[in-house]
Design a protein around this ligand. Structure first.
Ligand code: G6P
Length: 612
């Protein structure tokens, strides 16, 4: 949601505007509805600002007509993609926002919670505000304190702002400076060769540098062409992603590329962590809290969206094999409950981006209460990763498709590793641990088999069903969350109304809907609840509903019961969700493509949801 890029070069770079726009495009996946930029034009000794509603391409087109060649060396430059929260999707609400004197230009991610009070105060002081946004008040606050030094003005303005922000600011009357700051909204400083960047995530700048400094809450960085200064001295870190990771690599969509990377996502999640002989997992990021983990009596999982479904699967795994009571809650609800906690309770936050506002809010609530906090996060250096006491990184490279796919598979894999680790600390025997570890080890190959053998079949099934506007997904025990995930993906990607249900619960409601027009997807591997799910399936079939089954390879009986079958290789019961989710991701992808949807950037959705 919302993206910020900032750029300042040591020497005039004639391509800086182009470079900035390319960097901004790499943030498109976060979701946005309008875009804009502002830069110091040395040739005119003025700031040039341009905004457009819609795609960055529209902004680019406008800029091509308006910017003369001399101005292409925009320096410094700030750019922004906006996701409307306060005020409609209009050009005047798009960023950058500016003050009364067209001196201060500012881009902002986050929310100014007290913007109404600030607006009133500023208006009383004579400021003219022209947008409906919360952001604009910050530009006017900086104006209020501006006396020739931008950094000083920002420093004085920010304490008045309540809420969250990542900002980048430039000023006409202090032109060779870019000032940026953050509070509960991600922002990093990229250190290139003779150039500096500001970005809300590494994908924007990875083409130019892998040396970054992640800003901490409350920090303000001032960058000039020659140097930068942060309130606190910090050492640069290296981004481990490669540029290719953030490109489509020959695939028509990021979503397809990322689904095809699911086997590799499992491999990367277990690399160096799975000890098959010992039937154990070693998770470096948890080493420091191992003693506290051994004493854990209860775990609370919290997450949003797909990551929440990974948490639900984790609950089944940990309760069955580690004997630890687990509660899994949607983060936006969790913080309003009063969960019973004691010194042996552990909170686990699951988040691909590590920036989801609801998850972060739940985390902060629990931190305040003194609970040991852990995370499973993909984006290194993200806020949740840094705010938790300990954690496990997914290590799967950037996920660009807005709807999470390979990160989900990785989250499930890490849940399995965590189960081994905590299980073996408790009652899980060596033999059982070894068997699970061997089965985890075999997962990447099995995932590859699904993608190679079943992919054409999945596409054909999508072609058969893509005109249906309603679907029901059913699964039981470990695969109940996978039914939820299958339905969520179809909603997000193909804009089809789909419901996920616990298959045993079907008879208490959804069965009333069953007829020849409503397709059902059953996740029915041969596991401990197989027979029960089969009887649910037969009830649906008796009412003439079309049924697609995700079943275990070799299950011939199922062919006679259903209309279409997608097979997954056999594995231990607790790992079936990892394999069952793969065909459902691919199914949603094909359904979305067939219905002409923007599968990488579905309407109204954002990759990283930084508002509550
Ligand atoms: C958004 C994305 C989902 C994701 C959810 C949680 O809604 O579109 O794909 O599952 O946020 O994101 P997180 O980064 O916390 O995993």
């Amino acid at each position: 949601m919302c993206g910020i890029v900032g750029y300042i070069a040591r020497k005039q770079n004639p391509n800086s505007l182009k470079l900035g726009i390319e960097a901004l495009k790499r943030l498109e996946y976060r979701g946005y509805d309008s875009a804009g930029f502002a830069f110091w034009d040395e040739s005119k000794k003025d700031i040039f600002c341009q905004k457009a509603v819609g795609r960055i391409a529209a902004l680019e087109e406008k800029a091509n007509g308006a910017v003369n060649a001399a101005a292409l060396a925009a320096n410094p430059l700030i750019l922004h993609t906006r996701w409307a929260t306060h005020g409609g999707v209009t050009e005047s609400n798009a960023h950058p926002h500016f003050d009364c004197q067209n001196n201060i230009y500012l881009v902002h991610n986050g929310i100014v919670e007290n913007y109404k009070e600030l607006k009133e105060m500023l208006q009383k002081e004579g400021h003219q505000l022209h947008s409906e946004t919360d952001t604009e008040v910050i530009a006017h606050l900086v104006e209020k304190f501006f006396q020739g030094n931008l950094e000083e003005a920002v420093r004085k303005a920010l304490p008045l702002v309540k809420g969250s922000y990542g900002i980048a600011v430039i000023a006409k009357k202090d032109p060779n400076k870019l000032v940026a700051a953050r509070l509960s909204s991600p922002l990093l400083l990229g250190l290139g060769e003779n150039e500096y960047f500001i970005a809300s995530d590494p994908s924007a700048i990875i083409a130019h540098t892998n040396k970054v400094i992640y800003l901490d809450d409350g920090e303000i960085v001032t960058i000039t062409p020659d140097n930068f200064s942060i309130l606190k001295e910090k050492k640069p870190e290296e981004i481990e992603w490669k540029l290719e990771d953030a490109q489509k690599g020959g695939y028509p969509h990021f979503m397809l590329k990322e689904i095809m990377e699911e086997p590799e996502a499992i491999e990367n999640s277990i690399k160096g962590r799975l000890l098959v002989e010992e039937g154990m997992a070693k998770l470096g990021g948890l080493q420091e809290v191992m003693t506290r983990l051994r004493n854990t009596k209860r775990m609370l999982f919290t997450a949003c969206g797909t990551a929440f479904y990974a948490s639900l699967v984790g609950r089944y795994m940990l309760e069955e094999y580690a004997g630890i009571p687990v509660e899994a809650d949607i983060a936006s609800e969790f913080r309003y409950r009063k969960p019973i906690i004691d010194e042996n309770t552990v909170l686990l936050c699951v988040s691909q981006s590590g920036e989801t506002a609801d998850t972060l809010a739940a985390l902060k609530e629990m931190k305040m209460k003194g609970v040991l906090t852990m995370s499973v996060v993909n984006v290194v250096g993200s806020t949740i990763a840094r705010e938790t006491d300990a954690g496990v990184y997914n290590h799967i490279g950037p996920e660009i498709g807005v709807a999470s796919t390979k990160a989900f598979i990785s989250q499930l894999t890490i849940m399995a590793l965590l189960t081994l680790l905590l299980g073996r600390q408790r009652n899980l025997s060596l033999i059982k641990g070894q068997r699970i570890a061997q089965d985890i080890m075999a997962l990447p190959e099995k995932a590859r088999i699904i993608l190679a053998q079943e992919a054409p079949k999945i596409k054909a099934i999508a072609e058969k069903y893509y005109k249906h506007n309603n679907f029901i997904f059913l699964g039981r025990k470990y695969n109940y969350p996978i039914a939820l995930e299958g339905a969520l993906k179809l909603k997000e990607i193909a804009y089809i109304h789909a419901e996920g249900y616990a298959s045993g619960e079907m008879k208490h409601g959804p069965i009333a809907l069953a007829d020849e027009n409503l397709p059902f997807v059953f996740i029915v591997p041969q596991d401990s609840v197989y027979e029960k799910v089969i009887s649910n399936l037969q009830e649906v079939k008796a009412r003439k509903a079309p049924v697609i089954a995700i079943a275990t390879e070799g299950d011939e009986k199922i062919k006679e019961l259903v209309d279409d079958v997608i097979y997954i290789p056999k594995t231990s019961e607790m790992l079936t969700p990892i394999l069952a989710a793969i065909p459902l991701h691919l199914f949603a992808y094909h359904m979305g493509v067939l219905r002409g949807c923007d599968v990488d950037k579905p309407r109204n959705l954002a990759k990283s949801v930084t508002v509550e």
